[in-house]
Design a binder for this molecule. Structure first.
Ligand code: FAD
Length: 563
């Protein structure tokens, strides 16, 4: 397989220079921009409107120790347990210690979290894997929208400069006086609101912060919005950086099933619904979780997702692509407690107060990504990665529910503060020697196929047979990619226009290939990576996998011990 080393785009016609450029405007990107803004010039580059990322959609809330009967050590223990042996304990402790401060910080910025019923203290709820009530939420199940609103208003109020409908294509690199490589900026494709290319430009900066979120859209069925296409991970691979533990994709067990042909973002049915006592049934009307785990329907996410997948494979009652979540015991109270889920149910003609909700597992959270510290630092000078795009060691092999928004705010704020204090030296861009139009792009007609391959063969349950057929299918799609420029050398060569759609498709193919390469290499089941041919965790696999993109466009996978 050979993947492109650059995203094809016409030559740049404009240039901007700032101290810090932030790629992405979710919780991580805006927290970074807000913290750096008082001292430095900062530009947020975002490929759509500010709220197009996952942050806007988060339902459950943010985890942090706020109840005096809870402790930092409890939260650390729960996070390590979920992470199945691959968390970095020191980093987890740093995050958990800062989590309550980050929640209070958001409140000072104006975030309105739900109070206790009839009281003024913040209400704390519990989700799967948490031993205490420590999740703050807003508007019932509209927590992420409140975080996004708060950060949008704060960033704009603080004078953060935003370049919207601007697609970050590739990093620009330079070489420091000491001979070390350094990120010195980013190539941008400015589009209209439909993603049609308007112009290409270059933003140079002393620091580049990638905050582009995860890669749920690599799969046919996901809880993630359309903008979450793995662009930052693909960009890092093309810049020669390793991406870590990308096989650990958390599948949410209960995403609304809207029919066999539904693709793209599906409505999430929050874990909190099972927290309120809802029960899973299969197509024959039998309970799914009975006898599977002591916590039954409140078992950890990976356990529930695997149990549903196994049950669907047995096709009870002839139903092989979904199961049912019954929350009818809540009656009308459901509407008030879960307004967004009620709305989504009504769209498919159901009332959750009286009807069972059809659900199936779908890609939800990327535990892996660009290897970075909780301060965003990466192995490339001048490059920082924060939020879901990063792999900091907080989530290990499986994320504990509601730790990710907290991580985005903590890491984003930290990198912003650090860059306010000190920036890398300015270094010029190395001369670009190749013509960016020479590179290949994925024909959008083949994108559906890439996603279908990922959901069919690289979903909750994987094995060598499914993974090798995924690798074969992706390899042949990569082989058939078209050039952005007709060279005349090959008559029937496909010509693919550079646009948001074709850049995203190319990134999706790149990230999908990296996930498959890592998932094939990890011969065990751990956290949210489950292989039916290696059903148990294995001590010798207490290791991390790094995927890199070689100069010839092939992917290499190497492993290193977990320390
Ligand atoms: C339905 C749902 C429910 C969730 N519930 C919870 C929850 O209750 N608690 C919790 O902690 N977590 C939850 N999560 C996860 C959490 O929302 C995310 O992990 C978190 O919001 C990630 O924040 P982020 O800033 O890293 O990325 P995002 O919020 O995804 O933002 C990424 C940004 O990057 C931009 N971008 C991407 N590529 C490019 C590019 N090439 N050029 C320019 N801009 C680009 C996007 O447009 C977007 O602005 C949920 C996720 C989903 C989808």
């Amino acid at each position: 397989m050979s993947l492109p080393r650059r995203l094809a785009a016409p030559p740049a016609t404009w240039e901007r220079d700032v101290d810090v450029v932030v790629l992405g405007s979710g919780a991580a990107g805006l927290s970074a921009a807000l913290a750096v803004r008082p001292v430095r010039s900062v530009l947020v580059v975002t490929k759509d409107i500010l709220s197009a990322g996952s942050t806007q959609w988060a339902q459950g809330g943010l985890a942090g120790v706020l109840d005096p009967s809870d402790t930092i050590e409890n939260h650390v223990r729960d996070t390590l347990e979920a992470g199945a042996g691959l968390c970095d304990e020191d980093v987890v402790r740093e995050l958990v210690t800062e989590a309550p401060k980050s929640i209070r910080y958001l409140m000072r910025l104006g975030a309105a979290f739900d109070p206790e019923q009839g009281g003024t203290d913040i209400a704390l709820t519990r989700e799967g894997g948490h031993s205490h009530n420590r999740i703050v939420h807003s508007g019932g199940d509209r927590s992420g929208a409140e975080v996004q609103r708060t950060l949008d208003e704060s960033a704009i109020g603080a004078g953060v400069d935003v370049l919207g409908h601007a697609f970050a294509l590739d990093l620009l690199l330079g070489t420091g006086a000491d001979g070390e490589r350094q990120a010195v900026g980013v190539r941008i494709g400015k589009t209209d609101e439909h993603g049609v290319l308007v112009s290409v430009g270059v933003v140079t900066a002393r620091a580049v912060v990638i905050a582009s979120g995860g890669y749920g859209q690599v799969f046919a069925s996901t809880s993630n919005p359309p903008a979450v296409t793995g662009d930052g991970v693909a960009m890092a691979l093309r810049a020669g950086l390793p991406v870590t533990d990308v096989e650990f994709v958390q599948f949410h067990p209960t995403v609304m099933w809207r029919g066999p042909d539904a693709v793209g973002q599906q409505a999430l049915v929050s874990e909190a619904v099972r927290g309120e006592g809802a029960i899973l049934y299969d197509g024959a009307g039998d309970r799914v979780m009975l006898g599977v785990h002591p916590l039954e329907d409140l078992a950890p996410r990976d356990v529930v997702a695997a149990a549903i997948s196994r049950r669907m494979a047995e096709a009870p009652g002839g139903v092989d692509d979904h199961v049912y979540l019954d929350a009818t015991h809540m009656g009308e109270r459901f509407h008030e407690r879960f307004p967004s889920i009620t709305e989504a149910c009504r769209e498919i003609g159901l009332d959750p107060a009286i009807d069972r909700i059809p659900v199936a597992p779908a890609a939800h959270y990327a535990c892996g990504g660009i290897r970075a510290g909780l301060d965003g630092s990466t192995s490339l000078r001048g490059l920082y990665a924060v939020g879901e795009v990063s792999a900091t060691g907080v989530h290990g092999a499986n994320r504990l529910a509601s730790n990710s928004l907290t991580e985005s705010v903590v890491a984003g704020t930290r990198v912003g503060r650090d860059l306010a204090w000190e920036l890398p030296d300015r270094v010029p861009i190395d001369i670009e020697i190749d013509d960016p139009m020479d590179h290949r792009l994925l024909d959008p007609a083949r994108l559906r196929e890439v996603r279908a391959v990922m959901s069919r063969h690289v979903g909750v349950l994987r094995d060598e047979m499914s993974l090798s057929s995924a690798a074969g299918a992706l390899g042949s799609i990569a082989h058939g990619m078209g050039s952005a420029k007709r060279t005349g050398a090959i008559d029937d060569e496909v010509r693919v226009e550079p646009s948001r759609r074709t850049w995203e498709g190319t990134n999706i193919l790149t990230v999908a290939s990296a996930v498959v390469a890592a998932a094939r290499t990890r011969h065990e089941s751990r956290g949210c990576h489950r292989r039916s041919d290696f059903p148990e965790p294995r001590a010798e696999w207490l290791r991390h996998l790094d995927v890199t993109l070689a100069a010839d466009g092939a992917l290499d996978v190497s492993d290193r011990p977990h320390t």
